[in-house]
Design a protein around this ligand. Sequence first.
Ligand code: GDP
Ligand code: IMO
Ligand code: MG
Length: 423
Amino acid sequence: MKVDVLLGLQWGDEGKGKVVDVLTPRYDVVARFQGGPNAGHTLEFEGQKYVLRSIPSGIFQGDKVNIIGNGVVLDPSLFKAEAEALEASGHPLKERLHISKKAHLIMPTHRILDAAYEAAKGASKVGTTGKGIGPTYTDKVSRNGLRVGDILNNFEEKYAVAKARHEQILKSLNYEYDVTELEKQWMEGIDYLRQFCLVDSEHEVNNLLKEGKSVLCEGAQGTMLDVDFGSYPFVTSSNTICAGACTGLGLGPNKIGEVFGIMKAYCTRVGAGPFPTELFDETGKTIRDLGHEYGAVTGRERRCGWVDLVALRYSIMVNGVTQLILMKSDVLDAFDTIKACVAYKVNGEEIDYFPYDITEGVEPVYVELPGWKTDMTKMTSEDEFPEEFNAYISFLEEQLETPIKIVSVGPDRAQTIERYTEK
Ligand code: GDP
Ligand code: IMO
Ligand code: MG
């Protein structure tokens, strides 16, 4: 068996949580491979809304095994709060949530370092989620990190060494902080973590595949936030692309099957950094209002703009996307016309590829398409799609050279339409 990978193609918040939940019944296992509580994955069903941060979005469908892979960074106190809330709402996790011993721990001082580095950057700050993501991955790569498996022996000592290093850095930055309360909650989180199934997830996933079990890998963030291929330095600190599933779960590249790329019918970004198709006018505000574009975790306003096909073609290329999932088309239901960026103008020259630097002087070249002016939120089959919407998706498929297999027309699990299904 191979694994299928589902990931975001834009700047995150494409609707990954919703679609993983929808697809989970087709799989035996769901596994997160990178990121941490910087993610906020929203799911809605039966009138309930949940936001997941570190726990995979396959947790609500039956008793499927969910795995937090080695590529994830885990904050024990935030994890405890998230897991306890789920258990309290009637979703027991302890037996079916497995956590890699090789996943790195976000320490309280990582969060403080995140804030200190942002403060030191001043106007050029990244606008991080403040969850300690960058400092934790930095420690991982510089071989100073603490891993989940470390809590099983001699932990106090290892923690003290790592904390002392952080204190030294914070002192050199003249950064004032008080870690007492954070640390207290964090230690409670460490104790809580001990009750879970801590595993060698690379063995587990590969053994499951050998047994013929099917696995869906859930990405966090989006390709434009990838540390190598995103809008660096305004990115997150992990590989959000498909290759991240190989390193974040211990899978050979030949184990990758379908790659589901998720995109919104428009585009959003939260935090700082370039965004060529950003709209600063009423249209941008309308998209934000209709799409409820506010951070799932931080509540921050998301910046909104038209869909960027130049960036999407690049994302599809670096991920090897085999099928597209189009989200939030309903948000554009009332628009007379819809724009799509098909090329960039850089220094007066039109280019159709994603350039090294999109920070300055990139002007989007748009084509305009007629809106469908129809409420799509109650539709259940592609047969009901208005003609203009069909034209819009055909246009996207042609531009992106990839089929759109699922269309989402609302936040609820049920508001999901499959295309190319056998009639
Ligand atoms: P994720 O981080 O990729 O899982 O996405 P988020 O949960 O951060 O943001 C997506 C938001 O859009 C959530 O509030 C979802 O409930 C909502 N959503 C998902 N799909 C649709 C859709 O097709 N239409 C509308 N209107 N909302 C959607
Ligand atoms: P999901 O999984 C949208 C953004 C932050 C910031 C940058 C770096 O819900 O799509 P970090 O805290 O990771 O160091 O912040 O990345 N960012 C996200 N934006 N969705 C996310 O996750 C994000 N996770 C991080 O806003 O610009
Ligand atoms: Mg999100």
